[in-house]
Design a protein around this ligand. Structure first.
Ligand code: ISE
Length: 342
């Protein structure tokens, strides 16, 4: 039987996933769209035969339309949606962050442990990006020796209304926290944030860009330029320094067009284009696993560990100090670290 997915949240990310599920993912269909703005939910299902619109997840679950759920609401709404979905013991794909802070994320880990089996995959799509998977493969193979440092540039053209200074960490750098853990196979032990010269093009309340210095358990140092009002486009690039070589991913990879006396390439306008293929692989792997009665990819533990990193990052934004990341004991349900594929 196909996965009949209820998509909760029909905003920018939810709409992208609805289109993906409806047109590119095999073995799944959009059975329901839930949005507090019922008109937006209705518009989202208008072109999807059989799909129904609801204002609350409870109504969608009661109607019995769905046997899986994709949570794509803003991060602060995830805790309630996740607990409700876990009650129904169905496969869950939860967009990042799992929740924005460690305490609420730990509640989700405890609820899933009580269920006795993993039901949550978290939407850290960079683990399914070709470039990051290949980089992970190089770390695992040891072909270039030990990974020593990472230099990350995470640039957005601008931010949506209500994007707070804390969200530079909780909503954006959360991706680096997860991909560092994925690449190194280690936990992050500390975070420091430097607020240098700020752009005049950031909305009030945001200090942008920020420089985040991260350290892992074995001492791998990572610096992240998070720059969310960069104007020119959406650019996510990482340079990795190994003992025997340097690897660049996500930079200006072409194609390059020469015309009318000029040459140059394109910069993606947003995450839908930069990571479209990664989202497709991520969602297809969630559906394939769910149809086998399994769940793979980043787990609720990964969501909790990154939430703890975010909490340290937000504290570091305020103090300017190096903040230690404190983690609870990892429950057996989450096994040992899943090595990067690629
Ligand atoms: C957004 O929510 C995403 O997940 C994007 O990947 C990230 O680049 C952006 O900064 C976030 O706001």
């Amino acid at each position: 039987e196909n996965l009949r997915v209820a998509v909760i949240g029909a905003g920018r990310m939810g709409a992208d996933h609805i289109q993906r599920l409806h047109t590119r993912i095999h073995g799944a269909e959009v059975a329901a769209v839930v949005d507090i703005d019922l008109d937006r939910a209705k518009a989202a299902v208008a072109h999807i035969p059989g799909a129904r619109a609801y204002a609350t997840a409870g109504e969608a679950y009661s109607a019995g339309d769905a046997n899986a759920v994709l949570i794509a609401t803003p991060g602060f709404l995830h805790e309630v949606a996740l607990l409700e979905a876990l009650e129904r013991d169905i496969p869950i794909l939860c967009e990042k962050p799992l929740t924005p802070d460690a305490a609420s994320a730990w509640k989700i880990v405890e609820a899933e442990q009580k269920l006795g089996r993993k039901r949550i995959q978290v939407g850290f799509m960079r683990r399914f990006d070709q470039g990051y998977m290949q980089l992970g493969g190089l770390v695992r193979s040891g072909e270039l020796g030990e990974l020593l440092m990472l230099h990350c540039r995470h640039r957005n053209p601008d931010t949506p209304p209500g994007f707070t200074n804390e969200m530079l960490i909780n909503d954006s750098v959360v991706h680096e926290f997860d991909v560092i853990r994925y690449l190194t196979g280690e936990e992050i032990t500390s975070v420091q944030v430097r607020l240098g010269k700020a752009t005049s093009k950031a909305p009030s309340g945001q200090h942008d860009p920020q420089h985040v210095l991260i350290e892992t358990a074995s001492g791998v140092l990572v610096d992240v330029e998070i720059f969310v009002n960069a104007q020119f486009g959406y650019q996510v690039a990482t340079e990795a320094a190994f003992e025997d070589g340097i690897v660049n991913i996500g930079g200006d990879g072409g194609p390059y067009v020469h015309r009318a006396g000029r040459w140059g390439g394109e910069v993606t306008p947003g995450f839908e284009a930069r990571f479209g293929a990664a989202y497709d692989v991520e969602v297809q792997s969630w559906v394939d696993a769910a149809l086998r009665g399994e769940i793979g990819g980043p787990s609720a533990w990964d969501g909790y560990a990154t939430a703890a990193c975010c909490e340290a990052g937000v504290e570091a934004q305020k103090s300017g100090e190096k903040v230690t990341v404190a983690l609870n004991e990892k429950p057996a349900l989450y096994g040992s670290f899943e090595p990067a594929q690629g």
